[in-house]
Ligand binder design. Structure first.
Ligand code: WTA
Length: 681
């Protein structure tokens, strides 16, 4: 963290990480290089700043355009950049129709249900074409949706999710997919913010051996959305088991519709893909920021698809022959870019797994890999840690062979990286550690798998066309190998970059650009470096090591949660007067929220209040955000100006003594009390 050191209490991730030693290199295997899509180092020259922005034509030409663009990059509304202006394109056409001639009968998607006694289901490109067309016809003719409308999709990991997304894309309808694990309330907030009239959901799905009732969340979502001023007219419900309704929730006449029934009327229907302006909106993806209100990254059609296709081809090394499995959830950006849009644009076979990686045991992913002959594998450090802990020797028992593996979402500890490399990859797979964010559409830093050696714990240099830089607090560039952490920024815009925060341009500018922009009215992209909000270090070899967030965002098992949004959930509990949420290091999840609350005068601390706080977080955000501990403290440690010193609490939560000098606090004595409380847990 690049905070000022005045308070002497920083538990900065930067500092923790600076103690990591430099790791040695691992070289990509020869047989990987022999088949790789990109082995030519001169790509970095072609994508140098000198050739910016036209270099991205190389990626755009991987797509089929209805109409070619006249302006590669329009900066007239900087920093809201427009790519490929004048171009017309359809994302659904690019992910499906154009592959039919060659790959009609090849699997586009292989769905793996969580119950292991159910066989995987392959969906060919022809099947996908039929299903997307019929559902698009339903959306257009039954629901009345048209280009530019927003639809909220709150679904689990099933084939019907990409079918729904691609049907929207076919019509130019903007989808806003909300992670299925989010609560009804969280979904409702997003329905209201995006002004969706329609929710697409599913009755139930399997998770950890249980068939969960998912439709019930829609009820809550609708109530919350209405409170937020948005009425939902229609709920479209897919059946997890077609022909059977697997939810306890009653259907509301005139509002709720079973998709599987409605579709009977659309058998054989075809919908022409709507040629959309390249700078039209493909989707919204909500993410957490420093204030309580979630914000939606608004992603374009042409630029986004260009960028995910290019990076899927060269960084993920996807060929149409590959069986590619990304274990992320489609409800997060990784799933959008690297399960759905990128792989399908390249005519790959993309695996969708419904359930928990360790269900029923830690051998499950390797059995899936063996059964489907997966050769590209993509997951997050939190899953790798979990699999390593529960079944360190499991991968050796199965006969699969990965050529390529990805890690994404949080920094990976070198020890965990090495297990991934040796045990999961059997020392035969190349690894890419890809650093990027919801806002970015696709990768920012990574090694190029057949070009660079890997270095455990380091993402690598900027990918082609991405020019990262580290600035100190004053905007001075930190040189290569300075061994200092700073704010990682990208000097230039790129096609996958979000266009703005949906409905909040001012927040877009202030969050990502204001700090290092020197000329507010500049139309020159050079004046608008993008600030990612992560601390990073740049080693002498040009590899970036990402150290973690500099803002109030906690990365829990690769899920971004805003401190403020968690804190405001705690205040829903009537007895709570003040709340502070801090990140606590966790062996498996990377970070988990620890919660400190102070009660209203006269209220006695109790286990019930602690439980109520945990429940409030589960209900408002989702079970995945449940805090480990809730501490009821007599008072929050505060500065003299009354600011809660979260860093003191974070230090204590992480069982460190180094709270530093607290004598300048308004209430230094409370620190000892809280310390004792924490140590006694
Ligand atoms: C973190 C996920 C270290 C980072 C694609 C970033 C990483 C946040 C890495 C974005 C990585 C992502 N190494 N940290 N390879 N990848 N991060 O928006 O802090 O869910 O800002 O996007 O995750 O999370 P988001």
């Amino acid at each position: 963290m690049v905070e000022k050191k005045t308070e002497g209490t920083e538990v900065s991730e930067a500092e923790v990480a600076v103690h990591w030693k430099e790791e040695g290199y691992y070289h990509p295997p020869r047989d990987f290089i022999a088949q790789a899509n990109m082995t030519d180092e001169s790509i970095y020259k072609r994508f140098s700043l000198e050739n910016f922005p036209d270099c991205f034509k190389e990626y755009a030409d991987l797509l089929s355009w209805d109409q070619y663009w006249h302006t590669t990059l329009d900066t007239s509304d900087a920093p809201c950049f427009k790519w490929f202006v004048g171009g017309k394109i359809n994302a659904s056409y690019n992910c499906i129709d154009r592959h039919l001639a060659k790959y009609r009968n090849k699997a586009a998607i292989i769905f793996v249900p969580e119950p292991e006694d159910a066989d995987p289901v392959s969906i060919t490109y022809q099947d996908l074409y039929v299903r997307v067309n019929e559902f698009a016809a339903l959306l257009r003719d039954f629901v009345g949706l048209k280009a530019g409308d927003r639809v909220t999709i709150h679904m689990p990991m099933v084939t019907e999710l990409p079918v729904s997304m691609l049907a929207c894309a076919r019509l130019g309808v903007i989808h806003s997919v909300v992670f299925g694990g989010f609560s009804g309330q969280a979904c409702g907030d997003r329905v209201a913010d995006s002004k969706s009239h329609v929710i697409i959901t599913m009755d139930g799905y399997y998770r950890n051996g249980q068939l969960l009732d998912h439709k019930q969340k829609a009820e809550e979502a609708i109530k919350i959305a209405e409170k937020g001023g948005q009425k939902v007219d229609k709920v479209l419900i897919w059946q997890r088991h077609p022909g059977k309704y697997s939810s306890e929730t009653k259907l509301v006449e005139g509002r709720d519709f079973i998709v599987n029934d409605l579709l009977k009327k659309y058998v054989g229907k075809r919908v022409d893909p709507v040629p959309m302006p390249a700078e039209g909106i493909l989707f919204l993806m909500y993410t957490s920021g420093t204030t309580g209100k979630p914000k939606a990254a608004q992603h374009s059609i042409g630029g986004y698809l260009t960028y995910v296709t290019g990076t899927s081809k060269y960084v993920q090394d996807i060929h149409p022959e590959d069986v590619y499995w990304c274990m992320a959830d489609i409800g997060w950006i990784t799933g959008h870019s690297y399960i759905v849009y990128g792989p399908l644009a390249l005519a790959a076979t993309s695996v969708i797994y419904e359930g928990v990686p360790t269900y029923p045991d830690a051998g499950r992913p390797w059995r899936i890999a063996q059964r489907l002959n997966v050769n590209i594998f993509h997951t997050a450090p939190t899953a790798i840690r979990g699999l390593r802990k529960l079944g360190p020797d499991e991968p050796a028992k199965y006969n699969y062979r990965f050529k390529h593996m990805t890690t994404v979402g949080e920094p990976i500890e070198p020890e965990v990286w090495k297990w991934y490399y040796k045990s999961v990859g059997k020392e035969k797979a190349v690894i890419v550690d890809t650093w990027w964010q919801t806002e970015n559409g696709g990768f920012l830093c990574s090694t190029m798998p057949a070009i660079h050696p890997m270095k455990p714990g380091s993402a690598g240099p900027g990918v082609p066309g991405i020019h990262p830089v580290i600035f100190d607090e004053d905007g001075k560039e930190l040189p290569l190998g300075s061994n200092k952490a700073g704010n990682v920024c990208i000097r230039n815009p790129w096609p996958g970059m979000f266009q703005t925060i949906w409905g909040d341009r001012a927040r877009y500018v202030s969050t990502y650009f204001a700090k290092y922009n020197k000329k507010k009215d500049s139309k020159d992209w050079r004046d608008w470096p993008y600030m990612a909000g992560d601390a990073a270090m740049l080693a002498a070899d040009g590899y970036f090591r990402i150290l973690g967030r500099v803002d109030d965002v906690i990365n829990v098992a690769g899920h971004r949660l805003g401190t403020k949004e968690l804190e405001s959930c705690c205040l829903v509990v009537p007895e709570v007067a003040e709340a502070a949420v801090v990140p606590r290091n966790d062996e498996l999840k990377g970070k988990i929220p620890d919660v400190y609350v102070a009660l209203k005068p006269g209220v006695k601390p109790s286990k019930e209040i602690e439980e109520a706080v945990k429940k409030a977080i589960e209900e408002n955000i989702g079970k995945f955000a449940r805090p480990k501990d809730v501490y009821i403290v007599p008072d929050m440690p505060k500065t003299r100006s009354g600011k809660i010193m979260r860093r003191v609490l974070a230090t204590l939560s992480n069982r460190s003594d180094k709270v530093g000098d607290v004598t300048t606090l308004m209430n230094p004595e409370v620190v000892e009390v809280i310390k004792k409380m924490v140590l006694e847990r």
